[in-house]
Design a protein around this ligand. Sequence first.
Ligand code: ADP
Ligand code: MG
Ligand code: ZN
Length: 476
Amino acid sequence: MKYEAVIGLEVHAQLQTNTKIFCGCETAFGEEANTRTCPVCIGMPGVLPVLNRKAIEYIIKTGLATNCRINAYSRFARKNYFYPDLPKGYQISQYELPVCEHGFVEIVVDGAVKRIGLTRIHLEEDAGKNLHTSESGASLVDLNRAGTPLMEIVSEPDIRTPDEAAEYLKKVRSILRYIEVSDADMEKGNFRCDINVSLRPVGAKEFGTRAEVKNVNSFKFVQKALEYEIKRQAQVLDEGGKVIQETRLFDSNKGVTFSMRSKEEAHDYRYFPEPDLVPVATAEEVIENIRKTIPELPDAKRERFVREHGLPEYDADMLTQSRAMAAYFEETVKLAGQPKVVSNWMMGELWRLLNADNKEIENSPVKPERLAGMIRLIDAGTISTKIAKTVFDEMYKSGKDAETVVKEQGLTQVSDTGAIEQIISDVVKANPGQHADYKAGKEKLFGFFVGQVMKASKGKANPEMVNELLKKKLSE
Ligand code: ADP
Ligand code: MG
Ligand code: ZN
């Protein structure tokens, strides 16, 4: 590849306020069409918007969590365009003087920390939805979503690869969830992404002409759309052509992007200050109070998990992606110690079962006390690690604690020397040929005998004792 990609992302995140940004209507998802509307959000003449205080609090919180400067004054602007889902004929957004500017988030690229700059974060209202029904042949408009508060997070063109883009989005999503300002759920459409990408010859300073791909709605599609767009632009340049500045869409079925329209310029929108809203002045004291509500963020938590619990970077990264996950981990460690063991159980059995069930850790049938209880049974030698997998599955299915499962299913590990010796003696007697071969030097057969003994004990024999007693017996 003789080109380098330059990527900047615009994320639209829906704020989790109870009501809309400029009226008292409930923000609701999946309700009957046009039942969450009022004269303000359907754009009746003469109505006046009133700013939702929570929306301002949430965006300031986001700015603080992403190292932004919070502007002492910010102001709203009208962005004018005509589309049936925009009843006023303009969207109230911010243009000059957004709430937050000049921030950054950090991602890990090839083991090194990389900063992705944030140009700005501003507030705006969402539009409604057009529904093109096939039955009636008509197009319908649902305004339930009109006026839902959105935050637009604009990155600097600091991203260089599709993988970095995915890491960046994951980090932003994780921060928004940690600070509880947005569900940031791409599937539900409350975390949407526009991607801007251009190519330049490796080593060049100047940026190339970019294409913008609108509304890509999953992490996988962001990567796929970028990969496609990079290939497409490289081909255009290789053939001596020019990339056109345009807006494109991604077709997720075909895995391709296609042209939607030539790129609009800011002047096309005829931005001007919103005369119906006063500028927002934010006192230093208000900002400081919001700062106090910010919890430990994912990066700090990840570093602490490595430092305090001795976890490998990878584990720490995985376990801090959500606050609930990190809390589950720390609660279990508090009860059972052994951070790495806890991490293995969480990232192994627990995630496998939760994934299969499409469940979040908050709804795990196995709570931290129960996982800790099971780990203590392993420590005490009551069950082997192998049997523990069966126990864990059963705990997950039945909601019972480890001791009950072990008792009910007779899974207690056999650590009684006499009983194990008996099994070993039976197994050796039953396989005289292998025994002779072993003694003649075929040491590999040791594994065979271990397997037979474990099988005969239904997996319950204490593996360490089996090893030791078997060695003795076989050399007789
Ligand atoms: P608009 O609002 O018209 O889309 P902006 O100037 O706000 O334009 O930029 C939007 C995004 O495009 C930002 O994330 C920015 O980093 C990115 N961007 C700007 N120039 C380029 C470029 N040459 N190549 C790739 N991304 C770019
Ligand atoms: Mg854009
Ligand atoms: Zn309303």
